[in-house]
Design a protein around this ligand. Structure first.
Ligand code: ARG
Length: 470
């Protein structure tokens, strides 16, 4: 291709980039139905970055002239500034973010602007934009998770030896430390971060060069574009590159699991802050009152986290359903990936931020937690373990303790409140040293192995966790 032929005049572009073969304008309602600019304009910054990288490659390969290249880069940077200043006029007539920017470029720089789309299609362009955007979002999510983890560690550190009842079936089971309980959420978030980081690897591949579906006859260099845009490599099949949104689905799945964890945590905060439990108090700035009941202080933030988890799951199912019936390659259905994905990102990011702050506003009622741990025979397993260590088979010990618990229930007291003679009625193996096993402190301290609830273990777990975060 000679340099001159690159600059040959072509007929002026009509309003849209594709209206040439049509004999009547698109119906007004159809325009509204098919346009995505109202929501995909948030991809603008990434669209421009992708366009600049593409143009630079076209220039480097001699597909466009250096002169056109510099006009394109200058024009696109000016458009970016207009958008950032809120001065850009988005037109529904121009359908989407891509055509809006391209048309503005052409208005500004003429024919050079019309050469930008050489060796490119909106199909690989949009897939690139979404990946660039989602990569940035993934990094923000990872930062958000790590900030929340820090809040958890700070609270867990203050409560490494605060005793509370541990529950199974929401019945008091065994005493645990509050720090240990909180560290369970640290672990969940650690896996969530791993999921997002892993998903990011698959997001970070370049679709550009796939063009509409089959690649292009121009001598493009996809690797340069990938490098300029910070991608780890190129999507290796053009049909796949323009059509699949599995990376978005994976992100939504990771977001769903993260929200599921935060929803469980929220459920606990709601229960614990209810006067029935009265384990914690959530700072007023995270609660609201009732317009009719003056005494109420409602834990709105955790309730909404629990509620918003539903919409994030919904988006995941929406995206899965969006993909399932699509033949290769690109179909307009894929335009529907954006709103659920954007809403998922917005929901997750704001939730992480608010949660980290909310945990800093939690005060703990240690006395109530301790009292609750005393109420459900939480040390019954410790008594059984005590007998086993004296030689009794575990199943027999289980039965002996069950009888002792039955007796204590009848008397309306705790196991630790039974005098030695009464305990000895259930087994002669019981001696005075039993009482230190029956205390809450003795019980938690004895679970002194990695993953156990002993305060020393909790402190070590926190120290390991701080290292991961640093
Ligand atoms: N707005 C479209 C989307 O979000 C861009 C790609 C459109 N491509 C096409 N050939 N209509 O998917």
């Amino acid at each position: 291709m000679s340099k001159n032929s690159l600059n040959k005049k072509v007929p002026t572009q009509k309003t849209k980039g594709w209206s040439g073969r049509f004999s009547e304008p698109v119906a007004e309602l159809v325009k509204q139905y098919t346009a995505s600019v109202n929501f995909d304009k948030r991809l603008a910054e990434f669209d421009i970055a992708g366009s600049i990288a593409h143009a630079q490659m076209l220039g480097a390969q001699g597909i466009i002239t250096k002169k056109d290249l510099s006009a394109i880069v200058k024009g696109l940077n000016e458009i970016l500034a207009e958008i950032q200043a809120g001065k850009f006029e988005w037109l529904l007539d121009l359908e989407d973010v891509h055509l809006n920017i391209e048309k503005r470029l052409t208005d500004k720089i003429g024919d050079a602007g019309k050469r930008l789309h050489t060796g490119r299609s909106r199909n690989d362009q949009v897939a690139t934009d979404v990946r660039l955007w989602l990569r940035a979002v993934s990094d923000d999510v990872l930062t958000g998770i790590s900030k929340l983890q820090t809040s958890i560690l700070d609270l867990a550190e203050q409560h490494a030896d605060t005793i509370m009842p541990g529950f199974t079936h929401l019945q008091v089971a065994q005493p645990v430390t509050f720090g240990h309980h909180l560290m369970a959420y640290f672990e969940m978030l650690k896996r969530d971060a791993e999921r997002f980081a892993d998903c990011r690897k698959r997001i970070n591949k370049l679709p550009l060069g796939a063009v509409a579906l089959a690649g292009t006859s121009y001598e493009i260099n996809r690797e340069i574009v990938a490098k300029t845009l910070g991608f780890d490599g190129v999507c290796e099949n053009s049909l796949d590159a323009v059509s699949d949104r599995d990376f978005a689905i994976e992100f939504s799945a990771s977001a769903s699991v993260l929200m599921m964890h935060l929803s469980r945590f929220s459920e606990e905060l709601i229960l614990w802050s209810s006067p029935r439990f009265a384990f914690i108090d959530i700072a007023d700035r995270f609660c609201t009152g009732s317009s009719i009941m003056p005494q109420k202080k409602n834990p709105d933030v955790p309730e909404l986290v629990r509620g918003k988890t539903g919409r994030v799951y919904g988006h995941l199912v929406g995206l899965l359903t969006l993909m399932k019936g699509q033949p290769l390659a690109y179909n307009k259905d894929n335009q529907e990936d954006k709103e659920p994905l954007f809403d998922t990102a917005d929901t997750v990011l704001i939730t992480l931020e608010i949660y980290a702050d909310m945990l800093r506003g939690i005060s703990v009622n240690k006395a109530n937690m301790r009292q609750a741990a005393l109420e459900g025979f939480a040390t019954a397993t410790d008594l059984a373990d005590y007998l086993v260590k004296k030689g009794m088979p575990f199943r027999d010990a289980h039965e002996v303790v069950a009888q002792a618990v039955k007796h204590a229930v009848k008397k309306g007291c705790d196991l630790a409140d039974l005098p030695l003679e009464e305990l000895q009625q259930f087994s002669s193996m019981i001696a005075n040293d039993v009482y230190k096993m029956l205390t809450l402190e003795g019980s938690v301290a004895s679970r002194n192995h990695i993953g156990g609830t002993a305060p020393t273990q909790v402190k070590q777990a926190i120290a390991r966790a701080r290292k991961i975060l640093s």
